[in-house]
Design a protein around this ligand. Structure first.
Ligand SMILES: [Zn+2]
Length: 173
């Protein structure tokens, strides 16, 4: 497995609508494994393929955060929200492509998601709480949507400027 480098906003690859994955290949499974390792290493609870520069519909997540609890890595190809609750909840979100910036985002509290797993099997599950927020955040990435797109323009611009500065600093380092 290889750690992949995570793109930092703003980057045109983070704004693309990603292509569906028609068939699983060893290369795609390897990409999923790399993404999980990259996510745990960051550390983060979710990562979408466009964040590592691959514009395909693939996300990975694991929202088990308690120390010592069994991890639950999920690999989702072509994930799709098939139902969402009317009830909404607010979570403070962050993103590995927008380091150290957090903001409250309101989303449906529960979502039912259908996806193809690492073995090519179709899965469907209803997620709540942090899992629901995380899976919606990651699926958004596949449509070129970032959590800051839900914020007021001024706040979004402020964060974008900070990220531009961060990228300049990193380029110089
Ligand atoms: Zn993100």
């Amino acid at each position: 497995m290889t750690l992949r480098s995570i793109l930092i906003h703003p980057d045109p690859r983070l704004k693309k609508v990603c292509e569906p994955v028609p068939d699983l290949t060893d290369e795609l499974r390897e990409l999923a494994d790399d993404m999980l390792q990259t996510m745990y290493d960051a550390p983060g609870i979710g990562l979408a393929a466009p964040q590592v520069g691959i514009t395909k519909r693939l996300i990975v997540l694991d929202c088990v955060k308690e120390e010592g609890a069994t991890p639950r890595p999920l690999v989702m190809f072509n994930p799709e929200v098939v139902a969402s609750s009317d009830e909404r909840s607010v979570y403070e979100e962050g993103c590995l492509s927008i380091p150290d910036q957090y903001a409250e985002v309101e989303r449906p509290s529960e979502v039912t998601v259908r996806w193809m797993d690492r073995d090519g099997r179709l899965q469907e599950e209803t997620f709540a709480d942090l899992w629901a927020t995380c899976v919606q955040h990651e699926i958004d990435h596949l449509d070129g949507i970032l959590f800051i797109d839900y914020l007021k323009p001024l706040k979004r611009q402020l964060i974008t400027r900070k990220m531009q500065k961060l990228k300049r600093e990193r380029a110089r380092a």
